[in-house]
Design a binder for this molecule. Sequence first.
Ligand code: SF4
Length: 364
Amino acid sequence: MFPHIKRRKTRTIFVGNVSIGGDSPIRVQSMTNTDTRNVKATIKQIQKLYKVGCEIIRVAIPDEKAIISLKEIVKESPIPVIGDLHFLTSLGEKAVNTGISGIRINPGTFKNRKNLERLVKICKERGTCIRIGINAGSLEKEILKKYQKPTPEAMVESALNWIEYIVEKYDYQNLKVSLKSSNWWDTVRAYELFSEKSDFPLHLGVTEAGGIIPGTIKNTMAISYLLLKGIGDTLRVSLTADPVEEVYVAYEILKNLGLRSLHPDVIACPMCGRCEIDLMRLYKKVEKWAKKVKANLKLAVMGCVVNGPGEAKHVDLGITGGKGVGIIFRKGKIIKKVPENELLSAFFKEIKKFLKEHPERYIN
Ligand code: SF4
């Protein structure tokens, strides 16, 4: 059913206790959009993200005040925290000292190499992972001069230079790399080129992708293309939306490629003139329920009894309606008829029964 994906061999690194690369699963990350200085709001958002499967969280470090909050956030967060740093200053060292598990740096914005040296030394002492986050919009002047514009080749050269500098000078290897551009094809080419030249794990993502619909499309095109080629060890689906949506989209991509699954897959028919129920309402309720459950399960919400059970016979359980009756089917066979207003509760009961019979379907 799924394409055969042979993952590129990368070295294993760690962000706190979460392994990335090697044989580790492809990790799902997100970034908070709260004000880091607001500890309560930031922790609340991290908890929400953790519940839906986010494994690593990144928070912005805009100033000194954020460093004070960061200490609290690190203490309270259920998942490893990465600090996001631009325009490297002494803030970097202070951030690492809060106990963060990783730091994302954008070398193109560095003005002072002394600060970088101090930062790498302290990351090495504390085992803090460094992400070299190359961004097409902020490449070093010398590289831009050589390539005329921020091409994928320019991004890769920048990344390799920084890796060489950090690895050779400090013998520090707990590194991962991202090569982002708002042009998804440039992003793809940069990752492809890089993966031919280095085995450091790759953090996938398309920057400035936009809102839920355009952003999901751009991210899915780039990330899926790369994952199909076996490239990518961790990812963030950047969206101008609630970061919880980023995590949902990330798992949808992984699930549809057969790489990882977390929540039940809910399929629904597109509806036609034969639809006999309020399918949209039912679908929304089932989908909402499914997002709270961690299990490998296929569910269906179909519009009519004539074709529904047959069209969705590959799923574990499904529902449809038919002239005032609610119908539940299992592997394509009708197992129950209930009054339409009892359909959802009867369906959830059947799912629980199914999971009791198949406890191996739960995902921890
Ligand atoms: Fe139409 Fe029924 Fe198929 Fe839905 S299941 S698309 S309502 S025929």
